[in-house]
Design a protein around this ligand. Structure first.
Ligand code: CA
Length: 429
């Protein structure tokens, strides 16, 4: 597969620092509002936000066979509905426009002023209207760690786990973009050794290091997406912090799974990295031999992606500590298996749906993707540079997640998802 935009030799006439997550080979998709309150469908190169809405008006996409009006919406959903051939053609065209030797826009000062915005002068928005949000549970290490702590150390992995990409339906109403702060939730929990619950602020607010993929209109109700075609229905990926309240979760999750412990907030990074941009970083996922998945989940070839992930806690006083380094390739179930399983019963998956990976933990202790695992339910606090300790997230801490791939001198990244935990809103009965 030859994707023009992925050529490692490409250079842009826009300035891009060597450590940027957004070289000309990335070309993610997003949405921003400018200083005049106009909403733009966009991409990003270096620290510039680039209006695809204006490029469309100027005729830059005129020979690509799609409805240009989709680049004038306030979300990416309609553009995503156009399908993979259009995403690829538009992304390649953007690479051509900004390639160092192409003078057309480079030497047109008037057009440049309309198309290119300084990132710090615009507001980057939630990129899609999320109609449905599903969260999987696909890291074997995470499921094992949680099973050991919440249930039984000797039977940590439940009998279904190696056969089914386990997941649950979340709430799309509380998905927020990076930068939006989150309040500590209140709720019910059962103190250790007690038989009756108490009500109050959660004392165990946690992050979950995840990625998520965003789908196109994958099927019609009743139809299924075969595992070998599933990647064609995946538009791209973002970082996801699936905020969790562990004390509320432990009391409420039986028998139907997470509820209020999870739906107070889920934060995502704002630039959707196209699956095409991740193609050079494709790699093998964990072997699935014992047991082999059922035939509808079996696949050949490489379907994981080598994405380095990191979680940083920043305190109110400004010190920061990296608490986790993990990698997306550790996931036992691939995105295509998740989507094939999700639709095998005919469940409808639409443009803009968000599918969380589940917490991404590796096998090493510093690669665990939640404070629950990193501190082993609070038993092993993490030391911060200012002398304080963390078992879970404190009020006014900011949790920052970063992710990037690197190969052949090209770095493709996600930027970050950053959100501050604010104190609970006082509860008046
Ligand atoms: Ca989760």
């Amino acid at each position: 597969m030859n994707i023009f935009a992925n050529n490692p030799a490409l250079k842009s006439w826009l300035e891009v620092s060597a450590q940027s997550d957004f070289p000309i080979q990335n070309i993610p998709f997003g949405v921003f509002t400018d200083e005049n309150d106009r909403v733009h469908i966009a991409t990003r190169i270096g620290d510039y936000a680039i209006s695809l809405s204006v490029l469309e008006e100027l005729g830059y996409f005129i020979d690509i066979d799609f409805d240009g009006e989709v680049l004038h919406d306030e979300t990416l959903n309609a553009f995503i509905s156009e399908g993979k051939a259009v995403w690829r053609a538009v992304r390649n065209r953007i690479a051509e426009i900004f390639e160092a030797n192409n003078p057309k826009l480079r030497d047109d000062a008037e057009a440049r002023a309309e198309v290119i915005f300084d990132l710090d002068k615009v507001l980057v928005e939630l990129p899609v209207y999320v109609g449905d949000y599903t969260d999987f549970y696909s890291s074997r290490e995470h499921a094992t760690n949680v099973g050991m702590m919440f249930r039984d150390p000797n039977n940590a992995l439940l009998p279904n786990w190696l056969h089914i990409p386990v997941g649950y339906h979340g709430r799309s109403s509380t998905i927020v973009p990076s930068g939006v702060p989150v309040h500590r939730p209140v709720g019910q929990s059962l103190p250790k050794g007690e038989t009756l619950p108490v009500f109050g602020e959660s004392k165990r607010v946690d992050f979950e290091l995840e990625t998520a993929f965003i789908t196109t209109d994958a099927n019609e109700m009743g139809q299924r997406v075969p595992v070998e075609k599933a990647e064609d229905a995946i538009f791209g990926m973002v970082l996801l912090n699936d905020w969790s309240a562990r004390d509320i979760q432990a009391w409420e999750y039986v028998p139907l799974g997470p509820f209020l412990a999870k739906n107070f907030a889920s934060s995502i990074s704002c630039w959707v990295v196209a699956l095409d941009a991740l193609e050079p970083f494709r790699c093998a996922s964990p072997v699935q031999e014992e047991p082999k998945p059922l035939p509808y989940l079996q696949q050949t070839g490489d379907h994981a992606f080598d994405i380095n992930l990191e979680v940083i806690i920043e305190t109110e006083s400004g010190v920061s500590q990296t608490v986790c380094k993990s990698n997306f390739k550790y996931m036992y179930w691939t995105m295509s298996q998740q989507l094939a399983h999700h639709t095998v019963n005919g469940c409808l998956v639409s443009s803009g749906d968000l599918m969380g990976s589940g917490t991404i933990s590796g096998s090493e202790k510093d690669s665990f993707g939640s404070m629950l695992e990193l501190t082993w339910a609070g038993q092993n606090p993490i030391a911060m540079p200012d002398g304080t300790e963390r078992t879970f997230i404190q009020d006014n801490d900011t949790v920052v997640m970063k992710g990037y791939c690197e190969k052949d001198g090209v770095r493709i990244g996600f930027g970050e998802v950053s959100s501050k935990l604010l104190p609970a809103i006082p509860f008046v009965k």
